[in-house]
Design a protein. Structure first.
Length: 161
């Protein structure tokens, strides 16, 4: 991991920690959890609250989406059920982009001068994350950005700070 990517990863993980969210690996190891997907959206210009969107798929309860906005709503989560077909489509698109084997987007800015997305997946003992700068994303990274825009638009919801 390059120095900018390490710096960005720490900043992006801090957003989830600040709103009280455990890491995806910890969530994935909970009893009954099959998979966890998370998108953390960091708005570089701070025009909106950073967003942590977490999908947890369980064996018995299906899937639910939890949204938290850093600095808004008292960090109270908004929780929605997530239709199985919608999650299946998102998972399929991530697999087509070879998400589990992608490194962070190359040529990330040294500092958070553009919006950054931290896309994570965990299941059992496996976890993987990719940092994407959607404004400059190309190839597989552009496909990841498109997948989030199309299949998880709630993650991009903007609430003024």
């Amino acid at each position: 991991m390059s120095t900018p990517a390490r710096r960005h990863a720490a900043r992006l993980r801090a957003v989830a920690e600040h709103v009280g969210q455990p890491g995806v690996s910890q969530l994935a190891r909970a009893p009954g959890v099959q998979a966890v997907y998370r998108v953390t959206v960091y708005f570089a210009d701070h025009h909106a609250c950073h967003v942590v969107a977490t999908i947890v798929k369980t064996q018995l309860g299906g899937a639910h989406l939890t949204l938290l906005f850093e600095g808004a709503l008292g960090h109270k989560p908004l929780v929605y059920p997530l239709a199985a077909d919608r999650l299946d489509t998102l998972v399929r698109v991530l697999a087509l982009a070879d998400f589990d084997h992608l490194p962070d987007q190359p040529n990330l800015p040294a500092y958070a001068t553009s919006d950054l997305w931290f896309i994570e997946r965990a299941a059992g003992a496996f976890s993987h994350s990719v940092i994407v700068a959607p404004a400059t994303a190309q190839d597989a990274y552009a496909a990841l950005a498109a997948a989030v825009r199309e299949h998880l638009p709630e993650a991009l919801r903007e609430i003024a700070p």
